[in-house]
Design a protein around this ligand. Structure first.
Ligand SMILES: C[S@@+](CC[C@H](N)C(=O)[O-])C[C@H]1O[C@@H](n2cnc3c(N)ncnc32)[C@H](O)[C@@H]1O
Length: 216
């Protein structure tokens, strides 16, 4: 089932897949950025949310004072959530319905967020190279997604290992591109157990990366 079909069904049923609230791991990445460079907040800078889905992180970025491009492959999600955001008064979010491979910003970006963005074509290095081409010198890349280091029944995200993220691979790729890596780690994600009983399996892990493009 394509993402567009997933979102069409959910929208028709009045449901959400990811819900309105940001993920803890994206909040973690944003906190790292705000501590490292507080001046980026509330400054009207331009951020892109790649694979925005239902827009929970686009709203987070807008609430932090960014002008946001919510870039989303699914036409159904882009049309529906642009209207939802308009009704909620989020005028600073512009939804764009396009695969990231075919989109180019009309100005260099200050911040790029890729949250739970697990694509199939060419792996993460190809995506990082494209993301880099959108960022201004000194711009930031924030990533939060499912880790390849997960094992056991609590593991989350795609079942294909090559689609999951390895923070060391991402970190070394960005360093080869001259980036300063501010954070690169896996963090456990709290998963509620159905019964509330103790859970003896390894927790799900999220990979978090925050890095800065060289200034010159
Ligand atoms: C797992 S969802 C995550 C949504 C959102 N980032 C979040 O964390 O709530 C991945 C999203 O990426 C979108 N997507 C997949 N491939 C894409 C592509 N090539 N270009 C843009 N968006 C894409 C999907 O349609 C989906 O909305």
């Amino acid at each position: 089932m394509s993402w567009d079909d997933v979102f069409k069904s959910l929208i028709a049923a009045g449901q959400m897949r990811f819900g309105p609230h940001p993920s803890e791991s994206v909040l973690n990445a944003v906190k790292t950025l705000s501590e490292y460079d507080p001046a980026v907040l509330n400054a009207g800078l331009h951020a892109v949310d790649v694979g925005a889905g239902e827009g929970r992180h686009s709203k987070l970025l807008a609430d932090l004072g960014f002008k946001v491009t919510a870039l989303e492959l699914s036409q159904a999600a882009a049309e529906h959530y642009s209207e939802v955001h308009r009704q909620e008064g989020y005028d600073q979010i512009e939804w764009v319905n396009s695969p990231y491979q075919e989109w180019t910003p009309d100005e260099p970006l200050d911040v790029l967020l890729a949250a739970f963005f697990h694509h199939t074509d060419g792996g993460i290095k190809v995506a990082l190279s494209r993301f880099d081409s959108w960022l201004r010198p000194g711009g930031y890349i924030l990533m939060a997604g499912h880790s390849r280091a997960q094992s056991g029944p609590n593991a989350r995200g795609p079942r294909r290992s090559d689609m999951l993220w390895d923070y060391q691979e991402i970190s070394s790729t960005l360093q080869e591109m001259g980036y300063e890596v501010i954070k690169a780690e896996d963090v456990p994600r709290d998963l509620p157990t159905a019964s509330g009983a103790a859970n003896h399996f390894p927790p799900a892990l999220d990979t978090i990366v925050v890095a800065r493009k060289p200034v010159a």
